[in-house]
Design a protein around this ligand. Sequence first.
Ligand SMILES: [Zn+2]
Length: 86
Amino acid sequence: MPVHMGIMCERCRKVHFIATSRSIKPIVSMAGMYRLKCTPPCPEVRDFRKDNMRPYRVSEDVFRSGYAKEGEYELVEVAKQPPQGR
Ligand SMILES: [Zn+2]
């Protein structure tokens, strides 16, 4: 399955994809910041940086719908830094 960048709503655990979600908008007055307005019935509104997004493995149909519900996505763990030698 393909991997796409998304941001998780911590209230309902839906993952919204930056490329397809209509719930994510850049904040014009704050460079590099985005605002997520989760989909009803979830009332969550959250501001986040691009760095807060994570890669998720999802089916193409789920990705195209804009968000994935819990159980429809799998977080792809990425190593932040190469291991340091001792
Ligand atoms: Zn939510």
